[in-house]
Design a protein around this ligand. Structure first.
Ligand code: KG4
Ligand code: ZN
Length: 341
């Protein structure tokens, strides 16, 4: 079965062609970073318009790269949520219309399920059951995954998502957008041990997260440095590193707790913050001590992309699921409401 996947939930237009027999055949991506940079964050209306501009050319490019004609497609998968509603509508309505004109089924894909199963796009794919740490700009959650659509949420962020905390903290440190990768790059110049930041909620039982206090702590530290006249580049890098270490350490502690509490020996990390190398390193060191294994997608499939949507769409279409002609997009969509297959 050959499926075209469409991702337009936020600030990335992603298209991909996935074949159930041969795997991923092609994927194309247009990032809107430059478009939103001057505003310091995503402007929803601009995002929607840009998706309109790039979606069809990128679809044609992906089909061409895959060597597949649109008439060979067996289905179309589009992200239906969660995300920016206008942006989602562009991909969903185009996907639905394309499927109708080609006389093939369409399937609405949950963006976070796309992230969660993205490690399966790699040659070394994890087996069920596994613990998944999903860390993106909009979500931070730990889930026990028994199979496709079987997601039991073990813990989630009570306030900011990890990526959101990175982005907001970067803004406070007068860094640009998107904050996560810029802050991580600056942290490479930081000196460890210059500042000690709190590890939120690690002393309490449970697997929930909270990052907003850490964000405020960082702001106060930076403002104190400014008042003391020591707000130079080195101090900014030291603070960035202290913040990153605190987030990474907190995520690592909660993942270790989830592995120990469930007895599951496989950990999967997915979502944009999964591209963070310090996080990958810390989790790798932890799983080795716990006699467990760590799986993650390649960097480009941690952040938003069409491949993860084509992949999940293909799995669900193969299981016989499909949408009727109605287009339902959802800004919010709890992942544990998904149907198991
Ligand atoms: O999964 P994603 O591309 O979009 C959402 O579904 O939200 O995640 C984007 C988030 C942003 O908050 C971005 O700052 C963060 O992932 N991110 C990173 C890194 N690369 C992306 N955070 C920390 N370190 C990185 N290297
Ligand atoms: Zn995402």
């Amino acid at each position: 079965m050959i499926v075209l996947g469409i991702e337009t939930s936020c600030d990335e237009t992603g298209l991909a062609v996935y074949d159930s027999d041969r795997g991923l055949l092609a994927h194309t991506l247009h990032s809107q970073i430059k478009l939103h940079a001057e505003y310091g964050g995503v402007v929803p209306e601009l995002a929607s318009r840009d998706h309109v501009r790039y979606l069809l050319p990128l679809a044609e490019q992906a089909l061409q790269q895959a060597g597949v004609s649109k008439h060979e497609l067996d289905g179309i998968a589009y992200t239906a949520g969660p995300g920016l509603i206008g942006a989602l509508m562009v991909g969903a309505s185009t996907g639905r219309a394309l499927a109708m004109t080609l006389g093939i089924p369409a399937i609405a894909v949950h963006h976070m399920e796309g992230h969660l199963l993205a490690p399966m796009l790699e040659d070394a794919a994890p087996d069920f059951p596994f613990i998944a740490l999903l860390v993106s700009g909009g979500h931070t959650l730990l889930a026990e995954v028994q199979g496709i659509g079987q997601y039991q949420i073990l813990g989630e962020s009570l306030d900011d998502a990890a990526g959101e905390a990175f982005d907001k903290t970067a803004k406070m440190l007068d860094l640009g957008y998107p904050g996560g990768p810029i802050l991580a790059k600056l942290a490479e110049q930081g000196r460890s041990g210059q500042y000690k930041f709190p590890r939120p909620m690690v002393d309490r039982p449970g697997l929930d997260f909270s990052f907003s206090g850490l964000k405020t702590f960082t702001l106060n530290t930076w403002q104190d440095a400014k008042q003391a006249g020591s707000d130079d580049e080195q101090t900014r890098a030291d603070i960035a590193l202290a913040f990153e270490e605190a987030v990474v350490d907190t995520l690592m502690i909660k993942c270790r707790r989830a592995l120990r509490e469930t007895g599951i020996k496989t950990l999967v990390i997915a979502g944009g913050v999964g591209a963070n190398l310090r996080l990958r390193g810390a989790l790798q060191a932890m799983v080795e001590k716990e006699n467990s294994a760590l799986f993650y997608p390649r960097i480009e499939f941690c952040t938003d992309n069409g491949a993860m949507i084509a992949h999940v769409g293909c799995l669900r279409l193969q299981a016989g699921q499909q949408e009727d002609l109605q287009i339902n997009t959802r800004a919010r969509w709890p992942i544990d409401e998904l149907e198991k297959i």
